[in-house]
Design a protein around this ligand. Structure first.
Ligand SMILES: NC(=O)C1=CN([C@@H]2O[C@H](COP(=O)(O)OP(=O)(O)OC[C@H]3O[C@@H](n4cnc5c(N)ncnc54)[C@H](OP(=O)(O)O)[C@@H]3O)[C@@H](O)[C@H]2O)C=CC1
Ligand SMILES: Cc1cn([C@H]2C[C@H](O)[C@@H](COP(=O)(O)OP(=O)(O)O[C@H]3O[C@@H](C)C(=O)[C@@H](O)[C@H]3O)O2)c(=O)[nH]c1=O
Length: 288
């Protein structure tokens, strides 16, 4: 199968590049800005035609959650209009489409892990535009899957793990919120789950939740990063009000992954995957 990966220079796209050699039966085409602008219908059509894509995995997004609050038009264009362009091409050229979405489509008032059919209610511009992207894909007639994930980190790009290591490297003691619950997800694990889905036949646009296993708070995530990195950093716990941000985040956004587990995706425990990532970022940090 020819698999076209959009947004391929982001952390999920680069994780797919990393694991691509594990799938020699498929050929991968990786594209990102400027030539692979998902909001440019004509340009994307040329890319799809040129490579003969049979599947598209959309990793492109506007992911700056706080910036989106004052940059709504751009977030809407990339998170909603772009997926609609890809979905229309998937229908026209008979490609399967895998589109990645977020736990931030939920309002966070839940008290048990969110299932795919639970009511959504984004509390940020980012979450609202990602939900709009889901709707555009769901109603397009394209086949494939929308996969909601959460708290992605990796050895690539910008993410919470790298921010914590950078702050500590600058001699700073981070204050981190201890009243937002979710599950960190290593982008390599998500990339492997997407490869399970892309190889699965189906006539519909299915909806799945995928994160690593377990749950935690951002504060406990930070503490675990420094514990595994063997760095003596005393993270300061604060509540949401103690760390003001432009965007609101859900108080609770743990996802129920039963559906994707039932089709063969592997969900490593988040602490074990953090170890794998830190072994790449800090090879000297040892086996904690
Ligand atoms: N990061 C996270 O914590 C989470 C992410 N997600 C979702 O997972 C997916 C992957 O996220 P992640 O890898 O972290 O995102 P990144 O921000 O790391 O990567 C997104 C990539 O898309 C590119 N891009 C931006 N606009 C366009 C465009 N118009 N056309 C083509 N490419 C574009 C970006 O380029 P540039 O950098 O130049 O803008 C970047 O290379 C996204 O759908 C995201 O919403 C879901 C939950 C958590
Ligand atoms: C950097 C930092 C963040 N925080 C808080 C802010 C926020 O509530 C939480 C996470 O902050 P970040 O800005 O790193 O992460 P954030 O941008 O909220 O991450 C989100 O990104 C988008 C793309 C998603 O789809 C979500 O699943 C989620 O991963 O931790 C602190 O308390 N202290 C800190 O030093």
């Amino acid at each position: 199968m020819v698999i076209l990966v959009t947004g391929a220079n982001g952390q999920l796209g680069l994780s797919l590049r990393k694991i691509a050699p594990e799938y020699p039966a498929h050929s991968f085409v990786f594209t990102d800005l400027p030539e692979g602008d998902i909001t440019d219908a004509e340009g994307m059509e040329a890319v799809v035609k040129k490579c003969g894509a049979e599947a598209i995995i959309n990793c492109a997004a506007y992911t700056a959650v706080d910036r989106a609050e004052s940059d709504e038009a751009a977030a809407e264009r990339i998170n909603a209009d772009g997926p609609a362009v890809l979905a229309a091409l998937a229908v026209r050229y008979g490609c399967r489409l895998l589109h990645v979405s977020t736990d931030y489509v939920f309002d966070g008032t839940g008290t048990r892990p969110y299932r795919e059919e639970d009511a959504v209610g984004p509390v940020s511009v980012y979450g609202r535009t990602k939900l709009a992207g889901e709707e555009r894909v769901r109603t397009s007639g394209a086949c494939g899957a929308i996969v909601r994930t959460a708290w992605l980190y990796s050895e690539f790009g910008n993410n919470f793990v790298k921010t914590m290591l950078r702050l500590a490297g600058e001699g700073k003691t981070p204050s981190v919120v201890d009243d937002q619950y979710g599950t960190p997800t290593y982008a390599t694990d998500l990339a492997r789950a997407l490869m399970v889905l892309v190889q699965r036949p189906g006539e519909d646009m299915e909806l799945f939740h995928y994160t690593d296993g377990g749950e935690t708070t951002w504060y406990d995530f930070a503490v675990e990063i420094f514990r595994q990195a063997d760095m003596p950093v005393a993270v300061v716990p604060v509540d949401t009000a103690g760390y003001p941000t432009a965007a609101r985040r859900p108080h609770y956004s743990v996802l129920d992954k039963s559906r994707i587990a039932a089709v063969g995706a592997v969900l490593p425990d988040w602490r074990a995957s953090l170890r794998t990532c830190l072994d790449i970022l800090l090879p000297q940090s040892g086996d904690k």
